[in-house]
Design a protein around this ligand. Structure first.
Ligand SMILES: Cc1cc2nc3c(=O)[nH]c(=O)nc-3n(C[C@H](O)[C@H](O)[C@H](O)COP(=O)(O)O)c2cc1C
Length: 191
């Protein structure tokens, strides 16, 4: 009996059906942005990489099929139009082996007080039942806005832990402060 149990456990490990992985998925927009000028790598992308480094997680970037405009003002307009329409913009590719992750960090910038629509596309495309979800975001004054609640509403089957909000300019320009904010937050979560 014991041998069968060990064999089953080994098979589950080999097939990846024991969910124990950690994934950091994020959307972030490089180009011209508020308070940071023209950036090569988005603020949330920088924050995501610090979280992945400190947790040993895999990374998945939500890359839009149709790029958002480089110009800040034009991007504001596109975001407004998407929010008004409830758009679900497509992204490139997808996470491989979704079932192997039991913890999923979800990162995004705050856009007009909201989670960008493309992040809703991602959330709606996946089954989060039984997973632990941990939000993080960058912003320039809105903090988390109401995004924690919005994620809880969108993913009712998941356990959603307290998210982290970091100023975009801090994530972009102050690696030490970002690293400390992440490590304090993770230890507060017991991770
Ligand atoms: C379309 C758009 C709307 C934004 N709306 C807000 C907002 O409502 N509140 C806020 O604090 N920051 C807002 N910002 C600033 C971004 O949240 C901030 O610059 C963030 O760090 C950008 O992250 P990213 O570089 O990963 O895209 C907005 C930026 C854009 C482009």
């Amino acid at each position: 009996m014991k041998r069968i149990a060990i064999l089953l456990f080994a098979l589950m490990l080999m097939s990846g059906s024991l969910a124990e992985g950690v994934l950091v998925t994020y959307f972030s927009h490089a180009g011209e942005n508020y308070n940071v000028g023209v950036i090569e790598e988005g603020n949330t992308a920088k924050l995501a990489k610090v979280i992945a480094e400190q947790t040993g997680a895999e990374l998945f970037e939500i890359v839009p099929v149709v790029d958002y405009p480089h110009s800040y003002d034009e991007c504001l307009e596109v975001a407004t139009a998407e929010q008004r329409k409830g758009a679900r913009p497509e992204y490139v590719g997808d996470v491989e082996n979704w079932d192997q992750y039991d913890t999923v960090f979800i990162g995004y910038p705050i856009w007009w007080g909201e989670i960008p629509n493309i992040v809703y596309t991602f959330m709606e495309n996946h089954d989060f039942a039984g997973k632990t979800v941990i939000p993080f975001n960058t912003h320039e004054g809105s903090g988390q806005s109401h995004s924690q609640r919005d994620i809880e509403k969108t993913l009712p089957g998941a356990t959603v832990l307290k998210g982290l909000a970091v100023r975009g300019a801090t994530a972009q320009n102050d690696a030490d402060a970002t690293s400390k904010a992440v490590s304090d937050w993770l230890s507060g979560l017991g991770m």
